[in-house]
Design a protein around this ligand. Structure first.
Ligand code: KG4
Ligand code: ZN
Length: 327
């Protein structure tokens, strides 16, 4: 079954073709990020206008690079929520029109749940072999770390999602972006802080983000702690040291709570998704520390960590099967 995915929840206009919920035949993304950079954040009105401009072109290219036409598509799947309302509307309107005109069924997927599905995808077609580490198995604990959300899920048979905990204030990606702004690094902050942190030492200054108990998170306190430290910094502390300590504190809480969720649910598979999952430091530490607890961690291919339509098409396939093909 070939599924055509459409993702427009934020600043990326993305369309993809995924076969049988696994093989990514194409994944084409146009981003309006450069138009937002000078504002240090995404401007919703600019994002939705850019989606209108890009979407037909991106959709055509996704079909072409998968060597498919609309006739080869069996199902259309679009991001329903969460996201910027004007941006979502462009994708949903386009998906409805496509589904109606081409007489293909339409299904909607949740963006956060789709981020976790990204680890179940393999770049398909003729060019890349199956992933070495294999694919995760259900049930699993899923951690979504993106620009707008930080959430832990338990995911069971049939991809049924149960929310276990989430952030009470800022999301992890948002904290990266705000810290980058404080340190004058630019936008988006995640990759810039990651680069900066490599040059610093985490031992010159210490941060923590212990926040609430249980499986909820809080990342607004650490942002304020960084601000005060930066404003009153002693001579020997550089921005790279602050970036490094910030990153260490964030990784520590994400890893601890994810492992706690695995143990509490007696599940030893952990799946991570969302833009912050592209972070190499986090990937390495997650894998090592979880291995000590006999928990296997799965990350998506780096390009599928960020917003993309392949994850939407992949999850759409599973949701459609559950809806219409129950045994
Ligand atoms: O999932 P995503 O592409 O969009 C949302 O659904 O929000 O995530 C975007 C977030 C941004 O906050 C960005 O700073 C962060 O992901 N990010 C990173 C890295 N690459 C992107 N954070 C840390 N390290 C990275 N390498
Ligand atoms: Zn996202």
């Amino acid at each position: 079954m070939n599924v055509f995915g459409i993702e427009t929840s934020c600043d990326e206009t993305s369309c993809a073709v995924v076969r049988d919920g696994k093989w990514v035949l194409s994944n084409v993304t146009a981003s309006s990020l450069r138009l937002h950079k000078k504002y240090n954040g995404i401007i919703p009105e600019i994002a939705s206008r850019a989606h209108i401009e890009y979407i037909s072109f991106v959709a055509d290219n996704a079909l072409k690079s998968a060597s498919k036409t609309i006739k080869d598509i069996d199902l259309v799947c679009v991001t329903k929520e969460p996201g910027l309302i004007g941006s979502l509307l462009v994708g949903i309107a386009f998906a409805k029109a496509l589904s109606f005109a081409a007489k293909k069924p339409l299904i909607e997927a949740n963006h956060l749940q789709a981020h976790l599905y990204a680890s179940f995808l393999v770049k398909g077609g003729v060019w890349v072999k199956e992933k070495k580490e294999g694919l995760p198995k259900l049930p699993f604990i899923g951690l979504v770390i993106s620009g707008g959300h930080t959430s832990l899920y338990r995911v069971d048979k049939g991809f049924s999602f149960k929310l276990l905990g989430s952030t009470c204030d800022d999301a992890v990606g948002e904290a990266y972006d705000k810290v980058a702004r404080i340190l004058g690094a630019g936008y988006p902050g995640g990759p810039l802080i990651e680069k900066m942190a490599v040059r610093g030492s985490p031992s010159r200054v210490r941060f923590s983000c212990n926040g609430p108990g249980g499986l909820d998170f809080s990342f607004s306190g650490i942002k304020t702690a960084v601000l005060y430290k930066w404003q009153n910094q002693p001579e020997n502390i550089k921005s790279a040291d602050i970036a490094s300590s910030f990153q260490e504190a964030v990784a520590d809480i994400l890893i601890r709570k994810s492992i706690f969720a695995c143990k509490r649910n007696a599940i030893n598979t952990l799946v991570i998704g969302g833009g912050v999952a592209a972070n190499n430091y986090l990937r390495g530490h997650f894998i090592n520390q979880a291995a000590q607890e006999r928990i296997k961690v799965y990350f998506p291919d780096r390009e599928l960590s960020l917003d993309n339509a392949a994850m939407i098409a992949g999850l759409g396939y599973q949701l459609y099967r559950n809806k219409f093909h129950k045994p």
